[in-house]
Design a protein around this ligand. Structure first.
Ligand code: TRP
Length: 458
């Protein structure tokens, strides 16, 4: 029965399209903006090590679970969870996983789009030569002027939200997916250029040390939770985005191989971003723990000094926006697909409504950098952008891990062995047993331990 099901929203033309689209979802601001800044705030090496362990032990098995659930259900996450729970004779309550994902998607897109708006603003700053001769100080004030101006932020946020909504309205096979084939490799090349520049700063070694030399005294229990949350966030896990994309995946494609490829590419991009940014930080006497403005206060210095900097800088921020764009669409897709399935709405109407809600919520983040700013303590660090930081912690460190945990438990314990063997398509071999063991025992225990550790129980 499950074999026959197809998605009413379409299907990827090949496994490669799925890899491109899922990598497009995974690689985004999380890799280039967020990874460096939270690594900087949490002391570097030890944080990176925990993050890498979470990608391998928690991220990849959950990605496999999420894709397999999605492909078996072939609907929006809410309906997929409901259908599979029914087929496996489980309680309909499991659809809460889908609902939680929709809520998380709204919350995440609301701040994601504001940050993508910063990147848009920087495209124009780069192109107009504003980075030439910029120093640590002037880059800092350029950034603080931008975020202190809510009207400007609202304008960029609106533009990004419209871009995202338009693509979602057009459906999975829009032109953007094809464009990604060329643009993502270009982003990768530009990161290599930046790493090349970082090598000339004289602080490359110090940057690498910071990233890769673990100093466990620098990381707190809250920091471990942040690292795990980052693994979920950067791989787009735990809210149904990958489940949705899995629902468009052809039956023949190997879920294990594709998940490993996607996680590998995503991790590579994040590490390259770190290798580009920290040498610049140290060479210019800046603070690694600068916060959300980190890349916006460091990269302009590098571009301002290198040959062809105006061109490279413009290209870089354009590609960053594209990377954010392909991630943003996956945040809206589960909610839109549900409206189409259950309300019979046209995609255009669904996307518009969802886009407007995400846009309105974005005001919270915009104001967190000016009028509504306040500070609080978390993980031993002062967070100074009040509601934005809270939204970030609530989604990345709480909702996504809980969603992912539920998916691993559902696939590992509540789906029959036959169903998962069939869907993963690797027979009952060692690789299957390994996945099932990890999904049943390692992943849930790791997630729960990290939570308990963060609240001080263990
Ligand atoms: N992974 C994306 C990034 O790193 C963000 C993202 C897209 C996301 N879809 C998601 C995060 C779903 C969590 C859940 O920029």
């Amino acid at each position: 029965m499950a074999e026959q099901r197809t998605s009413i929203h379409g299907q990827w033309s090949s496994r490669l399209m799925f890899i491109m689209a899922a990598t497009g979802s995974a690689v985004g601001l999380g890799n280039i903006w967020k990874f460096p800044y939270i690594t900087g705030e949490n002391g570097g090496g030890a944080f990176v090590l925990v993050y890498l362990a979470c990608i391998a032990l928690v991220g990849i098995p959950i990605m496999m679970s999420e894709v397999l659930i999605g492909r078996r259900g072939r609907q929006s996450p809410i309906n997929t969870m409901r259908t599979l729970a029914y087929e496996e004779s489980r309680h309909g309550f499991w659809q809460i996983v889908g609902w939680g994902g929709v809520v998380a998607g709204f919350l995440i897109i609301s701040y994601y789009s504001v940050i993508a708006g910063w990147a848009l603003a920087y495209v124009f700053r780069a192109a107009s030569g504003m980075f030439i001769g910029v120093t640590g100080d002037s880059a800092g004030s350029m950034f603080s002027h931008l975020v202190a101006d809510p009207e400007r932020l609202l304008a960029w946020h609106t533009i990004f939200m419209v871009m995202t909504t338009v693509v979602v309205a057009r459906g999975v096979h829009s032109g953007l997916e094809k464009a990604v084939q060329y643009l993502m490799p270009m982003l990768f090349l530009l990161l290599l250029v930046l790493v090349g520049y970082a090598m000339t700063t004289g602080s490359f070694e110090q940057g690498l040390r910071f990233l890769f030399e673990p100093d466990f005294s620098a990381i707190t229990a809250g920091g471990v939770l942040l690292a795990m949350g980052q693994a979920f966030f950067t791989l787009s896990l735990g809210m149904g985005a990958i489940m949705m994309y899995g629902s468009y995946l052809p039956k023949e494609a190997s879920i294990a191989k594709t998940s490993i490829i996607i996680a590998g590419l995503d991790t590579l991009v994040a590490l390259l971003a770190g290798m580009a940014i920290f040498p610049i930080v140290f060479a210019n006497g800046l603070e690694a723990g600068e916060g959300p403005g980190l890349i916006f206060q460091t990269l302009p210095i590098a571009f301002g000094q290198m040959k062809g900097g105006v061109l490279f800088a413009t290209l870089f921020f354009v590609l960053l926006v594209v990377a954010a764009w392909t991630s943003g669409i996956s945040l809206l897709e589960p909610a839109v697909a549900w409206l189409v399935e259950n309300r019979g709405w046209q995609r255009v109407r669904g996307a518009t409504v969802v886009g407007v809600v995400g846009w309105a919520l974005g005001i919270i983040t915009i104001m967190s950098f000016s009028g509504w700013a306040f500070s609080f303590e978390f993980a031993g660090k002062t967070k100074s952008n009040g509601l934005f930081d809270m939204l970030d912690i609530l989604t990345a460190s709480i909702m996504l891990p809980l969603g992912g945990l539920a998916m691993a438990v559902f696939a590992g314990y509540f789906m029959s062995r036959e169903s998962t063997v069939d869907e993963l398509g690797m027979g009952d071999r060692f690789s299957y047993k390994l996945w099932r063991f990890v999904a049943r025992y390692i992943t849930p225990v790791a997630v729960i331990l990290v939570f308990l550790h963060a609240i001080g129980v263990v």
